[in-house]
Structure formats: C-alpha cells, structure tokens
Ligand binder design. Structure first.
Ligand SMILES: NC(=O)c1ccc[n+]([C@@H]2O[C@H](COP(=O)([O-])OP(=O)(O)OC[C@H]3O[C@@H](n4cnc5c(N)ncnc54)[C@H](OP(=O)(O)O)[C@@H]3O)[C@@H](O)[C@H]2O)c1
Length: 283
C-alpha cells in the first residue's frame, strides 16, 4: 500500500532512506536544512517541502534522520505533529529517546524511536536492520511501510530500548574490533601474512566462538556461572601467558588488558572456579 511519508534530514543516511521509500512506490516528501540535497530525490519523484512544517503537513508518517536529538527538536518545533506518527531514526541515547517520546506525545503525535544497524550503502539490502521502540500501535500501522528501508524489528514499548540495543550491538562490534586489532598486531609483529591469518584462521574461529554466546547468555540470565569449559583460574593463567608473550614480541596489549584486570579481581574474590560469564558481575 502506498503511503504519504515525509523524510526530514537528507544526509547520507536520510537520503538513502528516502530513496528506498520512493523506489518502493511511496509518496515521499523531503526536507533538508541545506535545500539542494533534495534535488536528486525530487528528480526521482519526491516532493520538496520548503519548511519542515510543510513537509510534516504532507504526511501522516514523519521520518527524521539528522545529526542528533537537539537538531530533531529544532526541526519539529514549529510543525503541527497532531495525529501523526514520528519515527526518529537519528542516533541517540536511551534517555534522549524517552524525553523525545514525551515531547512528541505533548504535541499529540505517536512516537517511535529507531536504531539503524546499517551504513547508507546497505539500506534497501537484505543485511540492513532497523530496531524500533515506542508506540506498538504506530509500529503495527507502519511496519510494511518501513520494510523497504531495512528489515524492521520492534523491540518494545519502552522508547529508549531501540537506542539501548543499538548501543549494545555497537559495543559487541567494538569489542570484536579490539580483539582483531590486538591479534593483527601480534601476527604482523611476526611477519605472518595478515590476510591469510584473518580469512583462514581468525574468522572461522570467531564464528565458532560467537555460536557459543547464546549459551553464555543463558548462564548470565540464570546467574549460574559454573563451567565445564574453562574456569577463571585457567583463564587467569592464559591471560598472564598472553600478556607475557605480547611483551616479549614487543606488542602492546592495551585494548585487552582491562579484561585481564577484571579476571584477576574476580579470582582474588575467591571465584576462580567460575567461568568467564561470571565477569559480568564485576560490571
Ligand atoms: N551514516 C551511517 O553509517 C549511519 C549509520 C547508522 C545511523 N546513522 C545515523 O543517522 C543520522 C544521520 O547520519 P548521516 O550519516 O546522514 O549524517 P550526515 O551525512 O552528516 O547528515 C547529517 C544530517 O543532519 C542534518 N543536520 C545536522 N545538524 C542540523 C541542524 N542543527 N538542523 C537541521 N539539520 C541538521 C544535516 O543537514 P545539512 O545537510 O543541512 O548539513 C544532514 O541532513 C545520525 O544520527 C547517524 O548517527 C548513520
């Protein structure tokens, strides 16, 4: 079903979102602070709103994707939101999303907050995901309309949940990048071909390890950190070994040392029999 949708914010991400909605046959109105960024979308059939208020007026679903939440508020302040759905796909913190939900509700609109798990080039491809939280009624109403941008996933009525899960996913990613960089520094210090190591050894190993994470999640939820895999004493010795090997190889272990500190702390508390999942209690 073709919908009237407005997209406010045509940076790299907003433009990709608007483009995907146009390609799916929706009637799209666009607005951007720097007006000429609307031109390629207008050439493809979008209507240009001269002001944010005019763009909001044109649609019952208003998608915002700008730099931050203060900019989102600036844009929407003079618009008539009453009876509309605002889907804010701007990246922010959970507390900002909750505050924005109240601000939008005071103006008579329903609110969805979104976390985009993709880069602009991935929009409208199968790998892209957008998390939504907030009004379930609004999500149900527009789930189909969201689909051309990226696979939509509703994660609950608490407006801050999409932002929190977005941050959690980025956290997992940064941890993985930290591990990769440390491994790469060690491998290159020995002049072993890094591309071979990465493709043939590291990636299959990481995939096998990642497959264990749902088991860890179960342990963490149950609070039972006993292990049949390797206890903290074994990991403490392993980390000691790692730290010494890095030092002997002349490579810094800065990105991973905090983990060693936390293992040492947990062992010092007399919990050497636990598995690594127990480290979460120290966080
Ligand atoms: N790019 C990514 O890979 C990616 C991935 C996930 C999420 N996101 C999120 O998507 C959002 C937009 O990112 P982007 O990549 O599109 O950034 P971008 O290319 O730098 O575009 C920023 C957009 O925000 C607008 N803007 C900034 N300050 C404004 C203000 N005070 N008032 C009105 N408009 C303002 C800009 O307008 P002008 O054109 O006039 O400057 C532009 O439309 C961010 O929250 C970002 O975290 C991006």
């Amino acid at each position: 079903m073709s919908e009237n949708i407005s997209v406010l914010g045509l940076g790299l991400m907003g433009a990709a979102l608007a483009d995907s909605l146009l390609a799916a046959g929706h009637r799209v109105t666009v607005w951007n602070r720097t007006a000429d960024k609307a031109a390629p979308l207008v050439a493809k059939g979008a209507t240009r709103g001269v002001t944010p208020a005019e763009a909001v007026e044109a649609a019952s679903l208003v998608i915002v994707c700008v730099l931050d939440y203060p900019a989102t508020k600036d844009i929407l302040r003079d618009a008539s939101l009453d009876g509309r759905v605002v889907a804010n796909l701007t990246t922010g913190r959970p507390a900002e999303a909750r505050e924005m939900a109240s601000w939008v509700a005071e103006r008579g609109a329903e609110y969805l907050d979104g976390g985009i798990m993709a880069v602009p080039q991935m929009i409208a491809t199968p790998g892209a995901l957008i998390l939504y939280s907030g009004s379930e009624q609004a999500y149900d109403r527009y789930e189909q309309a969201f689909a051309p941008m990226a696979r939509p996933r509703y994660v609950g009525a608490e407006p801050g949940m999409a932002a929190l899960l977005d941050l959690a996913m980025l956290t997992g990613m940064y941890g993985q990048i930290a591990g990769f960089l440390e491994a790469a520094a060690l491998v290159t210090s020995a002049k072993y071909p890094l591309k071979d190591f990465t493709a043939e050894l590291l990636v299959p190993w990481l995939n096998a390890m990642a497959a264990q994470q749902p088991v860890w999640a179960e342990k963490i939820e149950s609070g039972d950190h006993r292990t049949e895999v390797s206890n903290l004493e074994v990991n403490r010795a392993g980390m000691e070994n790692l730290a010494r090997a890095f030092a002997e190889q002349g490579v810094g272990l800065d990105l991973l040392l905090p983990m060693k500190t936390i293992i040492d702390r947990r062992v010092a508390r007399g919990l050497a029999h636990e598995g690594l999942s127990g480290l979460i209690e120290e966080l």
